[in-house]
Design a protein around this ligand. Sequence first.
Ligand code: SF4
Length: 213
Amino acid sequence: MRKEERYKGVLNWFNENVPVAETELHYDDPYQLLIAVILSAQCTDKRVNMITPALFKDFPTAEVMAASTPEVIFEYIRSVSYPNNKAKHLVGMARMLISDFGGVVPSDIDELQKLPGVGRKTANVIASVVYNKPAMAVDTHVFRVANRIGLTNNSKTPLETEHELVKHIPEKMIPIAHHWLILHGRYTCIARKPKCEECGLKPWCKHFLTTKT
Ligand code: SF4
């Protein structure tokens, strides 16, 4: 199957069957989303959603967070993975937001990556979810699912996957395609044993076509 045909089939299927796909992290504004995404590294969205209400209530703005200390923040986030580092990142991020960005979460991928705790994946999530930019954040699910379906050619790195997906997916679809692939990887095309029998992408999926038929 030609790549164009595969992309077309997969995107059409998602478009028809999953018209709404959004982040599962709870947030009310860009500052809160940035915190939630930093906390979600190597951790489940469910766990992050359990701890953010208290954190957002007591640290409602970057100014308040910037005036705090990692030791104080640690107590709020101790149940997520790597709480020490993340506490330092959150306070550092808030301080830099105030000192360098006037308290506003930037939309530019390079500027976002200057913030402590913000790598390329987090920067792409913010650019895409908050600013609706055609940025594709590649996490473990997107990386695996894209390779399995054959949207990428056994890509070796998240950056390779990102470039390949951005090249083939129409710009206006990129923000939602990011969520389609994540949710598909989280609930259907799961890491250990993909649920191929109940998956609607079978007609275009390289993994299925080469192993199950
Ligand atoms: S058919 Fe199987 S391997 Fe392919 S996308 Fe669906 S669940 Fe994943």
